[in-house]
Structure formats: C-alpha cells, structure tokens
Design a protein around this ligand. Structure first.
Ligand SMILES: [Zn+2]
Length: 634
C-alpha cells in the first residue's frame, strides 16, 4: 500500500514527465492516481491546481512579518556594520520572496511577501515548483514550521518559458525578474510556474524543536530537509568580506541565476535576537547591491556566430552607447529562443545591462520595430543545416571550421601563446597547417614563413612561445581544452582532490558531485567533456606535452586518500577545518557515502540526517579533537 506522501510524489513525478512530453503511463492510469488522492485527501493543495478559479486565492496574513532588508551600495557601510563579528554571506537573488508554511511536515500554504504583512496565497502554483517540497522528510519536527526563500527563473528556464508562452499566444515576458511575479499573480496557466526554482534561506522553527545557535546550522538543516540553499560562506573581518564580494561578483557573471548583490547576516542567532528589527528591516542582516548600469540603444544588425561548442549565438550590433565608462557597440542576445520569443530584429530599441567586466546583455525590448524576426537555418561558418535544440541553434558538424577555430583560440588564450594572434591562427587554418590543437605542436618554421607578413624573426618567436607551453600545469591544460566550461581557479580546486589527469579520469560523476560546493551539472560536464575530448588529450600527450601538478603538497599528508563530511557548528570556523583537511591531503565532501572516512561533528549524539546516514552506513563519527589528533599524530 502506497503512503500519502508517496502518492503525492508519484503524481507530481507524472505531471513533470507529462509536461516534459515524456509520460510513462496512460492518461487513464494517471487519472486513477489523482482519484485515489481525492479519496484520501480531498483538500490536498496539489489537487487544486487545474481550474482554480479567480478568487480561490487571495490575501493572507504573515503572522511574523516578512520584512525587507536594509540595503547599501557602499562596501564601507557593510564593513562598518559587520565590524569584527562572524557573519554569513550569501547571494542576493533577484526574484520574489516566498513563505512556505508546513503543518506536521505537510505543506499547507504558500504565500508571497506582498507588503510584508499581507501576501498573496499561491499554494496552487508552487505545487509546480520542484524545489518547493509538498512534504518534509520524517525527521522534520511536528507542529507549524515556516520556510522562507526566493522564487526565481534561471536564464536557461527563461528561454524555455519564452518559447512556451509564445506557443500559448501570450505576450512575451519582459525579463526573468518580472515574469516570476507575473505568473505567481496570474489565475491562468499555472503550469508555467514549473519553470521556476526556489532557494531556501530562512526557517521559523517551532519553539524548542530547533536548538540552533548559528545561521550556518540553519542552512545545514534546510539542506538536510532537501531544500536548495544559495551559495553561502562564514566570514569574519574586512579581507574575508571583500574577498567574498568579489567572488559573488564573479559568480553573478557565470551563474545561471540572477544575482544582484550579496546579503550578510550575523552568524550568532542569540545576537540576532537581541538586536531585533525595526518596523521595516531586521538589524542583523544587511544587503549589499552593486549598481547595475543599463542603457537604451537601437539594433543595427544581428550577427550569428558559431562557438567552439557548436552553439550558434546571436550578437546585436547597436548604435554605440556609453556604459560604465566604456563604449558599447555589441550586446549578446543570449540564444535563439530570446530572438524568437522577443521577436528581435533590426530597428528594435532595446535596454542593455552591464555588471562588472562582462559582455553587456540584452535586458528587454523598449520599442519594437515593424517587421518579422528571423533565425538562421544554416551554420554561418560551415553552412551545414542547424538543429534547434529547444532553446538554442546547434551546428552538429564535427569538422565545422568555426568550432575548431574557437577550440584553438581558447587553447591559445588559456595556455598563453604570445604573438599567435586570432588573425595568424585564421591564416594557419586557411593554409591547412593547423586543424586540431595538437597540430600547433607540430608546426615548423617553414610553415610559418608561408603566412603573409611573417618574417624569420617572428616565426622563431612564435615557435619559442609554443615551446614554452609544452610543459604546463594540469589545471591550465584542462582549462585550455575548455572542458566543463570551467576556468583555471575551479580546476585547481578539483585537482586538490584529484591531483592528476589519470585520477580525474578515474573519478565517477557521483564522486565529483560530492565535492563540497560543486554542482551535479558541473560533475556531469567534466565526465562527458573528458570523454569527448579524449582524442585531443591523447594527441597532445603524444605530441610530447608534459603535465605537472602545481600544488604538490597535497599529494602527501596524513589524511591522503581519506574523505570527510562536516556537519553542525565546530569550535573553529568551518573554512579553517576544511583547509586543514585539504592541507593534510584529505578531501571534504558534502554527502555521506560508503566511501566517507568519518563524519566530523561536535555532538556525537546528534540526530541530524547526516549523523543518521553515517550511523546507518557504519561510518565513524569524529569530534573535532579526533580530527586534530589524526592530523598531528603522523
Ligand atoms: Zn558549422
């Protein structure tokens, strides 16, 4: 006999398969499942999604007000506020604040922030959001419990949403930020909410049930219950806070999530309580926003170019405008779905935004010009027919010159071959001297001298520069190959745990995904990337390339080959403990598996889910002192 939570899970799973166009049961079998739920729990929120009439949802009160945050644009203000106190820094996400109210582990109500006192009841809509769990695990406390967080639409999901809204004949949304509020406020097309995600960052737990003393523990608990939490770090002092802000700034350019700043909260919850709140904002949290600068201009042309991954990307050439002190004449239009969804064409007036040093992005249409929009059917480089892969156009010709060119250029920039300019690379390819990366290492002076405007002296210099890259760090090698789209800093982190190419190739997707702070998607990209580029890797090693591990100190140490998971608050900052484990040759993972050496925690009687998993798998529980003993004994 299937339990109620299992039944709900099953129904949601089938709904997702159905909306993805891959149902695995008949409609009748699905209806039977819903009917069963109707019999046992007629009021269950997930049953009320279809045909919910206007007026079925309305204003609901927040028993504890959902305050907004005090904001600053000055780093100085932030540092002054934080003083030398321990704070938890996290992303500021550009979405809609949401509260999920659970009773005895079951989701009873979901409401938006509204004016802080009164929000909108959106229970029926969040049934479509994957990360808003209809039920908490059995370990969650009984009674009323409230989870707060942010609903957002990632750039990737936004592209899919655009296409679906067009098919439904709806007006295109202005941008990912506004569409979340728009769809949550609508009475029709509730299923569009399935393109949204939810980040949990706060919990109001029943009195006495959650004996947390820090903000960090709260995040750990939210994760243990299966919620996705935004990136966060415990910080203290000026240097850690400023380093964190630059890291978040970098992430805002790389991540698929709209991050428009950072939020800092005091880690000590008793301190939070003693500081309290004004009627507008809590005193123990402060948001830092960076100035996103935007401008309006007109599209003069849309140019499509094939990347090294075969993705054909649209770039708009615009009437030049000044933005953050730079003259901007090119703007990325993201992908083909954006062009189709927004009907982008020459003559349109658009708003563009630039944050940090990244390429300016299209934000919204200010004024649409008459005429039809169009996307190419053939690769602008090799002229093969393009495939429309849901949201983007793909050139699948493995020998496409634009892709090869992109791969080579990425290699040249990452490993740093001076004097081999984009133009010279183009000439080398036109002459047929270079097709793959390994060909660079077989170039002769005779070849180079055949290029226009290349004299003996320059040819010698280029060859010497290529020779300098015959010995390089494994991190540089991998970033040069462009595997997983990761930069050198990310690779150095992964290589701390898997110090050689061979070790990395032997690692499974699950092992990589267990690395702390590492997304499942990246793990998958690494594994597939290494497999796809095996030919290039072998060719380069055959051509005589020597790889070395930059950080040899981690290849030894008393914890070599051992893997640890940390939970709860320890006597020293978590980062200090993680660095100590890494320095001693060990690894830090986020999930307890059968390969975990020990779970590090202070309370050996803990009933947290990690502690329970460790006990179930027979993994030893170590207190911090045990860890230090193992590090210093040897
Ligand atoms: Zn092509």
């Amino acid at each position: 006999m299937i339990s109620l939570p299992q039944l709900v899970e099953e129904i949601l799973r089938h709904r997702r398969l159905y909306t993805a166009g891959t149902p695995d049961i008949s409609d009748a079998a699905y209806d039977a499942l819903e009917l069963r739920l109707q019999t046992v729990a007629p009021d269950h929120p997930i049953l009320q999604r279809v045909g919910a009439e206007a007026g079925a949802e309305g204003k609901v009160e927040h028993h504890i007000p959902m305050l907004s945050l005090a904001k600053t644009y000055e780093v100085g203000d932030l540092l002054e506020w934080a003083q030398d106190r321990s704070v938890v820094g996290t992303w500021k996400i550009d979405g809609v604040s949401l509260s999920l109210v659970y009773q005895d582990g079951a989701l009873m109500q979901a409401k938006t922030r509204g004016d802080g006192q009164w929000g909108e009841d959106v229970t029926h809509k969040v049934a479509w959001i994957l990360d808003c769990h209809p039920r908490l695990p059995a370990t969650a406390p009984m009674g009323e419990l409230e989870i707060r967080g942010e609903v957002y639409c990632s750039e990737e999901s936004f592209s899919h949403l655009l296409l679906e809204m067009e098919q439904l004949g709806l007006e295109p949304p202005s941008n990912p930020r506004n569409i979340v509020a728009g769809i949550l406020g609508r009475k029709q097309h509730l299923s569009l909410a399935r393109f949204f995600s939810f980040f949990a960052f706060d919990g109001l737990f029943p009195a006495g049930v959650a004996p947390f003393s820090t903000e960090t523990q709260k995040y750990d608990q939210l994760q243990a219950w299966g919620f996705t939490t935004p990136f966060h770090e415990t910080l203290r002092g000026k240097s850690e806070i400023t380093a964190f802000l630059s890291k978040v700034r970098e992430q805002s350019a790389e991540q698929d999530v709209g991050i428009d700043g950072a939020v800092l909260a005091l880690d000590d919850l008793s301190l939070q309580e003693s500081l309290g709140a004004t009627s507008h904002h809590p005193r123990y949290k402060l948001a830092f926003k960076w100035q996103g600068e935007s401008a309006v201009s007109r599209i003069c042309d849309i140019v499509w170019a094939t990347s090294r991954l075969g993705i054909v990307t649209p770039v708009a050439q615009i009437d030049s405008v000044q933005l953050s002190g730079a003259t901007i004449s090119n703007v990325t239009l993201h992908n083909a779905a954006y062009v189709k969804g927004f009907h982008l064409k020459v003559g349109d007036k658009i708003e563009l935004v630039r944050s940090g040093e990244v390429i300016p992005k299209f934000l919204r249409v200010v004024e649409s010009h008459a005429g039809e929009c169009s996307v190419p059917t053939h690769c602008p480089s090799c002229h093969s027919v393009l495939r429309f892969d849901e949201v983007r156009l793909l050139c699948e010709n493995a020998t496409c010159v634009a892709q090869q060119f992109g791969l080579l250029l990425n290699w040249i920039r990452c490993v740093g071959i001076d004097d081999l300019s984009e133009k010279r690379l183009q000439q080398l390819m036109d002459h047929g001297f270079v097709q793959t990366i390994a060909d660079l290492y077989r170039l002769s002076k005779k070849d180079l001298l055949q290029l226009p405007l290349t004299q003996e002296k320059m040819a010698t210099k280029i060859l010497a520069n290529i020779d300098k890259t015959r010995s390089l760090s494994t991190a540089k090698f991998l970033s040069g190959l462009g595997i997983g789209g990761m930069g050198i800093v990310s690779w150095e982190k992964v290589l701390l745990l898997y110090p050689t190419l061979a070790a990395l190739q032997a690692a499974s997707e699950a092992e990589l995904a267990a690395i702390k702070g590492f997304a499942e998607k990246s793990a998958q990209q690494i594994v597939t990337g290494l497999r796809q580029r095996q030919g290039d890797i072998e060719a380069l090693l055959t051509a005589g390339l020597q790889l070395h591990t930059a950080q040899r100190r981690t290849a030894t140490g008393p914890l070599l080959g051992q893997s640890f998971v940390i939970t709860g608050t320890l006597t020293r900052p978590r980062q200090e403990i993680e660095s100590a484990i890494l320095a001693a040759g060990g690894k830090v993972a986020s999930k307890v598996t059968s390969k975990t050496t020990a779970l590090i925690l202070e309370d050996l009687a803990s009933t947290s889910s990690k502690a329970q998993e460790a006990r179930a798998l027979g993994i030893p529980l170590w207190r911090e002192v045990d860890l230090w003993a193992h590090i210093t004994l040897v």
